[in-house]
Design a protein around this ligand. Structure first.
Ligand code: NAD
Length: 295
């Protein structure tokens, strides 16, 4: 049993903290939203009314926050709040630079740190089947692995500080592009008079097979659990997809990598967000593509 402070109890963090409780850890949770704290408390998380209260006595602090700026701000606050040798793990998806900054803050505190972003969405967070992509030293990974194992099925040590975020950004570059590809294929299939089910049955067992098709299928019907069957409620919000694509483009510019389809996907999700769909599941972009066909 480890004393864990969990900061950021949103769509992902809430159920992740609940799985740590189920695994027998003592978890104190803090979030700026009281509603999120209440929900996490239903899953057995002990509510804290401040960051300081959440982390006092903690042997491990986990953050699951929206963006790099939030992570750096919280980890800066931690510098005066946690004891030396505390294990700090950030599971948010952030830019590699912010991740490295967070690691630096941890080393100033003589703490051990990991960047450990996840894949698997809210379903994976609830089921405890997330994939963790982890960056940090061998020592930090050995300490963090058993804790992450309570929230995920696959835990990959990708390399040193920031390597987890690098892997996450590359993975989500594929995700953004593949969702648009799947939506385009369904749009074309509709024009050609092919049923959604026929299109799915073929592509899901052929070379077009991918996660965007088989798990988050953008049309209702073929995959009953996909957000398309739930009014396109997230799931994975279009705003988060855009954030990750923008991170990929920022990284591509910094490193000189060529990602022309990534840039195009970023532009399409930015247009989708401007049209007021930031809060919808990212598969809902199929509607915007259909509208383009109607022009
Ligand atoms: P969310 O908005 O539901 O949760 C974030 C939580 O952080 C909110 O409850 C917010 O109140 C809280 N918060 C913000 N600043 C805070 C602070 N200073 N102190 C305490 N709490 C604070 O977002 P989410 O969907 O849970 O995503 C969290 C992270 O996980 C993001 O980086 C996202 O990109 C990543 N992610 C999300 C998914 C997904 O499917 N939703 C999948 C993989 C990764």
């Amino acid at each position: 049993m480890t004393k864990i402070a969990f900061v950021g109890l949103g769509n992902m963090g809430g159920p992740m903290a609940g799985n740590l409780v189920k695994a027998g850890h003592e978890v104190r949770g803090f979030d700026l939203s009281e509603a999120s704290i209440r929900l996490a408390a239903e899953g057995g998380v002990t509510p804290a009314s401040s960051l300081a209260e959440a982390v006092s006595d903690a042997e491990c602090v986990i953050t699951m926050l929206p963006k790099g700026q939030h992570v750096v701000a919280v980890w800066t606050d931690l510098t005066t709040l946690v004891a030396e040798d505390t294990l700090l793990i950030d599971c948010s998806t952030v830019d590699v630079e912010s991740a490295r900054q967070a690691h630096k803050l941890a080393s100033v505190m003589n703490c051990i740190s990991l960047d450990a972003p996840v894949s698997g969405g809210t379903t994976g967070a609830s089921a405890g089947t997330l994939t963790f992509m982890v960056g940090g030293s061998d020592k930090a990974f050995a300490l963090g692995q058993p804790i992450l194992a309570a929230m995920g099925r696959k835990i990959v040590h990708c390399g040193g500080n920031g390597a987890g975020q690098a892997a996450k950004i590359c993975n989500n570059l594929i995700l953004g592009i593949s969702m648009i590809g799947v939506c385009e294929a369904f749009g074309l299939a509709e024009k050609l008079g092919l049923s959604h089910q026929a299109m799915f049955d073929v592509a899901s067992t052929s070379s077009g097979q991918c996660w965007s098709l088989t798990t988050y299928c953008p049309v209702p019907g073929p995959v009953p659990t996909s957000p398309a069957n739930n009014d396109y409620r997230p799931g994975f919000a279009a705003a988060l997809m855009l954030k990750d694509l923008q991170l990929s483009q920022e990284a591509a510019r910094q490193t000189g990598a060529a990602t022309p389809l990534g840039q195009h996907a970023t532009d399409l999700y930015a247009e989708f967000e401007r049209a007021g769909h930031a809060g919808e599941d990212f598969s809902s972009i199929i509607h915007m593509l259909r509208e383009k066909a109607g022009r």
